[in-house]
Design a protein around this ligand. Structure first.
Ligand code: BDP
Length: 717
């Protein structure tokens, strides 16, 4: 009996204390001192010192977060003090909010508005830690950094940290509509309860701001790029203003997507021609009205002349004319216009991949100095893998903003575990070779290559009304990784994964190591089971759920799968070489030469750039067809491996989150198998080759896969 009771006790101690639903994201602030007895002394924070008689909202937010965090992490919230009278004080602020910080004369020059220092110092004979910045927002970011060090159980006894963001605008693009439908959203409805705003302010908006500030995100576009003109009506501006008020203390500025034809739709004008004086006047007045409600309004994001959206080309004008119209209107208020390069014309193109470059490069130098052009990471459309967009490096006079998709429209929606850190990192580290000694996409984006005055990175948000914010626990990591990489585009996605896993699940090495290794290979697995070796755009029509390599016909050739894979009995792949569409020539010469030659093209991009025979010999020595089958199968096997790894973590992770991840991994395995089997069944009709020995045939006939329909798949349209 006694023995049994002892076991029970041990078991209880081993189990996490409470069920969790993911709401707290990576800000769980679980006790750390007990787990790291050797650091207990370091971790003892006696007082949070910030001296300012009239505390600003950002200072209040900083103190509240520190108290909340330290209470959770260390067991008690430190008292507030105005002097460091004992060892272990945490001194937070700016030279103007704290005479103590002013007295320390720390080198905050060069840190800008948002940077900070975290230093171990001695003040009046007492050991202390100081978080110092030039402005309040820097101190808030520093406080989150300090909390992160504790959360991930790092040593904090001898700190000398200096951090400043490498990009200016670190932005989430919400594709949210006023009816709360989220385009390509897999986490429930829009987090913005438009109907109840501005009178009801959901406390969740503050938690949204906290989470974003904790990773340095400082801008949010509230509404869909396929924008409704209603968004710019007085009633809705008031709702946006209420949100802006919640976000302001956390350093987050609100932007809106603007519908180019709004002057006609809500302004009663006959035209939206950017050169028409009345149109110019309408926008100026509209912008003045917005700034009256939101004094720190960031500006507009615009999708124009793309996928049926109105734009300047409707009036024979250029993208620059359209962008400059809005730029002139927001300029007196310090606003920015972010104009999207995701455009393609109405005519059937020779290659859709070439269109953004063809339309935008001639406009380089023609935009106002408060315009940024937002470029997707690749030239098609957020596919599981794309080579970097050739516009990066090709517009030295126009600040280009990176656009990633955090929501997993093309990587399995919310149920597939696909950590996107490696995707973001792969693009940012790609060498554009626009200069002889090599220049990465990151150096374009952070402005160092061309000396851009404006810099930024945007991510299409994966946030919704679901309790766990992102639709799945692991999708939170993609939001997190986006923010961390926007802050520093050269950081490592593996380090970020580790940081996130420690804060989100556990510091236990027996959890961290397997979770990080699952995450790091997960995106590659999706590429393998969906679109290996450079294949792309093979998903179901419209909703983009599941495989659809057979998709053909319909309004546009470049919305079909057959347009992209070009499979015939002779071979497979899109010839973008100089003999084909010549998209390769949009890259700098050395890159173009590499992509033009199948032998030198990195194998992951092989069929992106080349149409090759089924018996083409790949680097493994296997014929192309066999290699495809191997990749498809490898992807499914990886998912199976993740399931086993995750099952082994039962008991080390709270049961509620563990069970949901396990169930989603089971869905992922089923769907990975579906992708593999459907793709093999379809492409085999062209290759007419047997599967390599030992590889199982598809479970069903091609007819079966083609017959599946999903009229209610989420996120559509
Ligand atoms: C595509 C999405 C579509 C978006 C479009 C965009 O399918 O819903 O409107 O991107 O970025 O990938 O504008």
């Amino acid at each position: 009996m006694l023995v049994a009771a002892g076991w029970l006790l041990m078991l209880l101690c081993a189990l996490p204390a409470r069920a969790e639903d993911g709401y707290e994201l990576w800000l769980r602030y679980q006790p750390v001192a007990a787990a790291k007895p050797e650091r207990a002394k370091d971790y003892r924070v006696h007082a949070t010192v910030l001296i300012a008689s009239d505390r600003t909202p950002t200072q209040v937010a900083t103190l509240t977060e520190l108290q909340r965090g330290l209470e959770g992490l260390l067991g008690s919230a430190p008292a507030l003090a105005d002097a460091a009278t004992v060892d272990g004080a945490l001194i937070v602020g700016t030279p103007s909010s704290s005479p103590l910080i002013e007295r320390l004369r720390l080198k905050t020059a060069g840190l800008g508005r948002e940077g900070y220092l975290i230093r171990s110092v001695v003040v009046d004979g007492h050991a202390a830690t100081v978080i110092a910045a030039n402005e309040d927002i820097g101190a808030l970011y520093g406080a989150f950094h300090y909390l992160r060090l504790l959360q991930t159980q790092q040593p904090v006894g001898a700190l000398d940290i200096r951090e400043a963001p490498r990009t200016q605008l670190r932005m989430l693009d919400h594709w949210d509509n006023l009816d709360r439908h989220v385009e390509r959203g897999y986490a429930g409805q829009s987090i913005w309860d438009w109907h109840k705003l501005p009178d009801y302010i959901d406390p969740r908006y503050t938690d949204y701001a906290r989470a974003n500030a904790s990773i340095g995100i400082n801008a949010t576009v509230l509404n869909n790029v396929n924008a409704s003109a209603q968004q710019l009506t007085p009633m809705v501006i008031a709702k946006a203003a209420a949100l802006a008020g919640v976000f302001r203390p956390y350093g987050i500025r609100v932007f809106l997507s603007a519908r180019f034809s709004a002057p006609v739709e809500i302004g009663g004008l006959k035209t939206a021609d950017p050169l028409d004086p009345q149109v110019r006047q309408w926008w100026k007045a509209k912008v003045d009205e917005i700034y009256a409600a939101i004094p720190d309004f960031g500006g507009f994001l615009v999708k124009a002349n793309s996928e049926g959206q109105p734009g300047p080309q409707d009036y024979g004008r250029t993208h620059a004319d359209g962008a400059n119209l809005l730029a002139d209107a927001v300029k007196p208020h310090g606003g920015t216009v972010i104009w999207r390069a995701f455009v393609y014309s109405h005519e059937t193109p020779d290659d859709r991949a070439k269109q953004a470059y063809s339309e935008f490069v001639p406009l380089d130098g023609k935009f106002r100095d408060n315009v940024m052009v937002q470029v997707k990471n690749g030239a098609i459309d957020f596919q599981p893998r794309e080579p970097f967009h050739p516009l990066f490096g090709a517009m030295p006079k126009t600040p280009l903003m990176m656009e990633f998709q955090i929501t997993k429209e093309y990587l399995g929606f919310a149920t597939h575990l696909a950590y996107l850190g490696p995707l973001f990192e792969e693009t940012l580290r790609a060498d554009t070779k626009v200069q002889a000694d090599g220049t990465t996409v990151a150096e374009v984006v952070d402005g160092s290559l061309h000396g851009y005055k404006l810099t930024g990175m945007a991510g299409v948000a994966n946030i919704g009304s679901d309790r766990n914010w992102s639709g799945s626990h692991f999708d939170q990591a993609n939001w997190y990784a986006f923010g961390r990489l926007a802050w520093n585009p050269e950081s490592s996605s593996r380090d970020i994964a580790e940081e996130w896993a420690r804060m989100t699940f556990s510091n236990d090495a027996g959890v961290v190591q397997p979770v990080v290794s699952m995450m790091m290979g997960s995106r590659e697995a999706v590429v393998d089971y969906m679109t290996p070796l450079g294949l792309h755009h093979l998903m179901g029509r419209g909703h983009h759920y599941g495989p659809g390599p057979w998709v053909e016909g319909g309004p546009r050739a470049d919305w079909t799968a057959v347009y992209y894979h070009r499979a015939t009995q002779d071979g497979i792949g899109f010839d973008r070489t100089t003999r084909g569409s010549d998209a390769v020539s949009q890259y700098a010469k050395p890159v173009a030469a590499q992509f033009n030659d199948p032998q030198r093209t990195p194998e992951e991009f092989l069929l992106w750039f080349h149409h090759l025979p089924w018996d083409y010999t790949t680097t493994s020595g296997r014929p192309l067809w066999d290699e495809l089958v191997v990749h498809y199968t490898q992807g499914v096997d990886y998912v199976r491996g993740m399931r086993t790894t995750w099952a082994g973590l039962a008991g080390r992770i709270d049961p509620e989150r563990h069970a949901q991840v396990a169930a989603f991994l089971a869905i992922q395995e089923k769907e990975a198998q579906w992708w593999r089997d459907a793709s093999i069944a379809y492409f085999q009709t062209f290759s007419q080759r047997p599967l390599p020995a030992g590889y199982a045939p598809p479970a069903h006939t091609l007819d079966y896969y083609e017959s599946l329909e999903f009229p209610f798949a989420p996120g559509n349209g």
